[in-house]
Write a protein that binds this ligand. Structure first.
Ligand code: IVH
Length: 700
């Protein structure tokens, strides 16, 4: 390969070609890293590619590509992990694919042991978790090391990260554990958490993981344990490596012991007396698969008696006493019939693949996520293409790739709309990162309140649980009422009854006398609303529960807040300075709030709403309480009150409530079931209290 030209020596056309090449190259490596979890170049080489790209872009800002890698922030670790040699190799499993193979496996075991047909020989059957295996070493009951499988002989030292997993005890509970015990099992990410994590990655403009397994691998291999701690990693214990003394007689007993020692073990594990029962267990687990909440790719059968396992031993790299019965893959090909654009509350346009319905892993799939405009471009999906889709956990399937890109007469590349699909056809804009000013991956409709899609989403948010929480008025009803022109803005909810809508509703299918009466009662109940809930309900950008709480406890009354926000439109005003000076607010949030009230449409909407409701004043924070000014995080289950009530109490006493533990946290209140937050707090040396200690502190 010819030496690369120095960036300073490139002319414009060379620079353009080089940027295109780097975009392709970096994207390929991102894919290897994130989607395949199989990086092909060193981290240093990857960083060098990115640096070159940045340097060229800095010299030729006009040439920056839409799909430039600098719009995406990869999260590649900067260095590597330490190596760990496995004292007992970490083996893999042999596979079987059908019922006959299962019978053959059982017959082979009997043959090997010369075990008579009339003598019982039990097996365990359990889900094969689709994660990555990990060995966790305990000495005298204390966690001392954790390692990935690696090549089976040598793995990576992931001790700090494994310590953050809630299913992994730092100290073994109970008794009877051997002095040295290496517990083995699977690290995984549950489907719902995977979906949420990917959504957050996509929003932040970072590459999404292709499936929960890769996400688990990528999360476990973060060099910064704080990042691992923030990832929803879980662990099932199902095997062991080095042990200083035997601790069980059967597989089942061993796993039961793991449970008593504080590990999570799989509740779907069962005992089978013969091949027929193994096959029946497989069918049962297969039927339960979609509802498990985590990905599995088969069922593992193991000879139950450990003395027999010992006798059976290993062939090359897998045990003779176990095998994996694999499920058929959860991928399928189908035709892409259309790409729909969905519009969210804040106007973000999300492309959705409309598919010819196809069964994937027992579920009929007709929609798949395409995440954002950049992803559509990267996949180059076109209407009429045959696409490979996969159910990567949870309910939202993904498009993996186009399988027939080479076919003749392929349709044109998808033109991502430049206007909102709503009937107003408002222009769309690409987000910029508010801090760096770099273009982001999210495109938005600029129509805001004029866009019907956004209005429906706003109304849905308005009645949601954290906001007005109106029972009987859910997403579906809001959408229907919007189209029927019964509810067009929040104030309309409070005039339904007065407008005589009740009579009309009673005639409608699904509505009767009682449900209409209940709905009106639920609405009336919300005519008195807390300042905080009202703030959340307005759906101002960046104003969620925490910010709303801060604002409410600072301004105390809606009137004071409202006039302050109008005054704060003048950037030099005292009101603006005060707003920006509030702990936890800052310039970006302040800007969004002021912008909201500066918009005449919003002002009108709020004014009309306020005419129908009474806003309850907020309580001033008590400044002489032992927790005033302290940042408090709640985690785990509370037994004496709900988490919301506990938070509200703390806020009333002047504490700042945070959602996650950081070095700024003063107190962590941890109930039963506390996991990674507790671990992190301990690691950071933060004061942790249980519920009773907390109540004693606040004198309750
Ligand atoms: S037992 C000696 N049980 O599957 C082998 N493995 O394909 C002990 N796996 O490397 C493994 N769920 O990562 C066992 N319930 C389960 C499992 C399981 C997932 C993984 C494990 C192993 C791979 C083999």
């Amino acid at each position: 390969m010819p030496a690369l030209k120095e960036v300073d020596d490139l002319n414009e056309s060379e620079a353009a070609a080089e940027l295109a090449r780097l975009a392709r190259e970096i994207s390929k490596h991102d894919k290897n890293y994130y989607q395949k979890d199989a990086p092909k170049i060193s981290d240093a080489a990857y960083d060098a590619l990115r640096q070159r790209n940045t340097a060229i872009e800095a010299r030729f800002p006009d040439l920056v590509l839409d799909n430039s890698p600098s719009h995406r922030v990869g999260a590649k670790p900067a260095q590597r992990f330490g190596k760990v040699s496995h004292t007992v190799p970490m083996l893999s499993l042999d596979n079987v694919f059908n019922d006959e193979d299962v019978r053959e496996f059982a017959a082979r075991v009997r043959r090997f042991l010369r075990w008579p047909e009339d003598q019982p020989l039990d097996y365990t059957a359990e889900p094969k978790i689709d994660g990555l295996s990990c060995g966790i070493r305990y000495e005298k009951g204390r966690l001392v090391q954790a390692a990935t499988r690696g090549d089976g002989q040598t793995g990576e030292d992931v001790t700090a990260n494994v310590r953050t997993i809630i299913d992994v005890p730092e100290n073994l509970r109970g008794s009877g554990w051997p002095e040295v015990l290496e517990v083995r099992g699977e690290v995984y990410i549950p489907n719902a958490q995977f979906a949420a994590m990917n959504e957050a990655q996509a929003k932040a403009g970072k590459p999404v993981y292709a499936n929960p397994r890769n996400a688990a691998a990528g999360s476990l291999r973060q060099l910064d344990p704080n990042i691992s701690a923030a990832r929803p990693l879980r662990f099932f214990a199902y095997a062991w490596g080095e042990v200083s003394a035997p601790f069980a007689e059967t597989q089942m007993q061993a796993v039961e012991k793991f449970t008593t020692w504080g590990f999570s073990t799989n509740t779907h594990m069962c005992l089978c007396r013969n091949a027929d029962e193994m096959i029946a267990a497989y069918r049962k687990i297969e039927a339960e698969r979609a509802a498990l909440g985590y990905d599995i790719d088969g069922v593992v059968y193991k000879v139950d008696r450990l003395d027999l396992q010992e006798r059976l031993g290993f062939v090359s790299r897998s045990p003779r006493w176990a095998t994996a019965h694999k499920f058929p893959p959860q991928q399928a090909s189908t035709i892409l019939q259309a790409i729909d654009i969905q519009v969210g509350r804040t106007g973000a346009l999300t492309p959705v693949a409309k598919l010819k319905p196809v069964t994937v892993g027992g579920v009929v799939v007709s929609n798949a996520s395409l995440h954002n405009a950049d992803e559509v471009k990267r996949l180059d999906v076109r209407i009429g293409d045959t696409v490979l889709i996969q159910r990567a956990g949870d309910v939202i399937p993904q498009v993996v790739k186009v399988v027939d890109k080479d076919r003749a007469n392929r349709g044109p590349a998808f033109d991502f709309p430049t206007q909102c699909p709503c009937d107003l056809h408002t222009d769309i804009t690409r987000d910029r990162d508010e801090k760096t000013g770099e273009p982001g991956v999210i495109v938005r409709c600029s129509g805001e309140f004029a866009c019907p899609f956004q209005r429906i989403r706003h109304l849905q948010h308005f009645v949601s649980r954290q906001a007005f929480d109106i029972e009987g008025l859910g997403k579906k009803q809001i959408e229907a009422f919007y189209h029927e022109e019964i509810i067009r803005e929040p104030a309309d909810i409070f005039t339904l009854e007065a407008r005589g809508i009740g009579e009309m509703l009673k005639q409608k299918e699904g509505w009767g006398e009682t449900s209409v009466a209940n709905l009106f009662a639920a609405i009336n109940e919300r005519r008195h609303i807390s300042f905080e809930r009202l703030l959340i309900a307005l759906g101002i950008r960046h104003v969620g529960q925490t910010t709303a709480r801060i604002l409410a406890s600072t301004y105390l009354t809606w009137g004071a807040f409202h006039s302050a926000m109008l005054a704060a439109q003048d950037e030099e005003s005292e009101a603006r300075l005060r707003l920006e000076a509030i702990d936890g607010i800052g310039a970006i949030v302040a800007g969004a709030i002021v912008h909201y009230f500066a918009e005449p449409h919003n002002e009108g909407l709020v004014e009309r709403l306020i005419a129908h409701i009474t806003v309850k004043d907020a309580q001033p924070p008590a400044h002489n309480s032992p927790v005033s000014g302290k940042t408090v995080v709640f985690t785990g289950k509370l037994e004496k009150m709900s988490r919301d009530e506990a938070k509200a109490n703390a806020a009333r006493l002047g504490a700042k409530i945070a959602g996650s533990v950081s070095k700024n946290t003063d107190i962590l209140v941890a109930g039963p079931g506390a996991g990674s937050k507790l671990k992190k707090a301990i690691a950071l040396g933060i004061k942790t209290l249980d519920e009773d200690e907390w109540l004693a502190l606040i004198g309750d």
